[in-house]
Design a protein around this ligand. Structure first.
Ligand code: URA
Ligand code: ZN
Length: 380
């Protein structure tokens, strides 16, 4: 099928240097090389259950995670013209403070170099059909001082292919409503770098009935429910702590269509209106001033990685239109179960959901598939 420009804003890599670092570790996150069979990626805390034999923990990890040529083949196979690559979870969150700055510079330089090398032979041509790469950088969030993070954000502006940063929900260790993150939000806002907010930590196993249950059903509960709720909680904490009042032009892209934010926005807003703790309602906590609906329309972009029409309709309704929704794949996660299968079900499901939800609305489909990302991230 011939498609308009397709840009994938949700697609991950582990550069070879990061893979080597994971291989050298024995605690989460790490890569384990069994005596036979494929290496295993053990990154979620629920993956590292001692009752599971180590050779079976986590998930298989192949070259699609680190070899950029495999990513390019995947893009060509699925009609993707341009990808905005980002380091996969858990990014640099777990690093010792003294190591964080160096690793961030190394990974971000690697990402920049990968994009530059890849794009150079077709520089200046239109994006369509060119298999171009851009990137969201990683931040040294465990660094000993926020100044180091701010300096890295400023340095990123000098790297021509970096269009934003990817971040998890732990912030400096205390979540995204931490006042100490103020200088980081200010720097991102000032440098006009989009913040791609992505989950990793999920919910405790107890939320799902304990590790017996999560072991039985593998990644279904943590990835289908834990991840989206984590994102929803993180962005709601940002809202409650007035991040969007203090930084009204901060731009953020929420993974997985905002987790459950579009569906729950009305309930969140209603709970805020009825909360007696907030100053406006007679309490002493300065609650958020701008409504969640306004924030959804001015600060928040949502990816279209939600695999169904109900989620996409909620996402479009939350942003009051289709100009804040952007196609993504989550590659290299959710690969086909059978070796040799070229078409990824996870990708075709998202394409089909977009086509069905916006049937007959060519402009909306073109905007979601690539137009919005090209405009917002200035990819041309
Ligand atoms: N699983 C992960 O750990 N990360 C993703 O981004 C998707 C699935
Ligand atoms: Zn992802």
């Amino acid at each position: 099928m011939s498609r308009p420009l397709v840009v994938d804003v949700h697609t991950h890599v582990y550069p070879p240097s990061y893979m080597a670092m994971l291989r050298a570790r024995k605690t989460v996150p790490y890569i384990h090389d069994p005596a036979t069979g494929e290496p295993r990626l053990i990154i979620l805390s629920s993956d590292d259950d001692p009752s599971i034999p180590i050779d079976e923990r986590g998930r298989p990890v192949d070259t699609s995670y680190s070899d950029i040529n495999v990513k390019i083949s995947f893009m060509q196979e699925h009609g993707i013209d341009s990808s905005v690559i980002s380091l996969a979870n858990p990014w640099l969150d777990f690093l010792e403070p003294a190591e964080a700055q160096q690793w961030a510079q190394r990974i971000n330089n690697d990402l920049e170099e990968t994009c530059a090398q890849n794009n150079k032979s077709t520089e200046g041509l239109p994006l369509k059909g060119r298999s171009t790469l851009f990137a969201f950088a990683a931040l040294p969030l465990s660094a000993p001082s926020p100044d180091i993070i701010v300096n890295e954000i400023k340095r990123l502006k000098t790297l021509p292919h970096i269009r934003g940063v990817i971040m998890g929900t732990s912030g400096l260790g205390n979540g995204l409503d931490d006042e100490k993150l103020g200088p980081v939000w200010a720097a991102l806002d000032e440098m006009q770098l989009l913040l791609f907010l992505h989950p990793h930590y999920g919910l405790p196993n107890e939320a799902f009935g304990g590790s017996g249950v999560t072991n039985r059903y593998g990644h279904v509960l943590p990835l289908a429910l834990g991840f989206p709720l984590e994102t929803t909680i993180a962005v709601t904490r940002m809202l409650l702590s007035r991040v969007f009042d203090k930084f009204p032009t901060l731009q953020i892209l929420l993974a997985h269509s905002g987790g459950t934010l579009p569906f729950l926005a009305g309930r969140i807003e209603s709970c805020i209106m009825h909360e007696r703790k907030f100053v406006d309602n007679g309490g002493d906590v300065p609650g958020p001033k701008r409504s969640i609906w306004e924030v959804l329309k001015t600060n928040i972009f949502l990816d279209a990685v939600v695999y169904g029409t109900a989620g996409l309709k909620a996402a479009a309704a939350a942003g009051e239109g289709t100009d804040r929704l952007m196609f993504g794949t989550d590659h290299p996660f959710f690969p086909p179960l059978n070796e040799g299968e070229k078409e990824w079900l996870s990708v075709t499901t998202n394409y089909k959901a977009i086509d069905k939800t916006f049937e007959g609305q060519q402009e909306a489909v073109a905007a979601i598939l690539g137009g919005n990302a090209a405009r917002v991230l200035k990819l041309e």
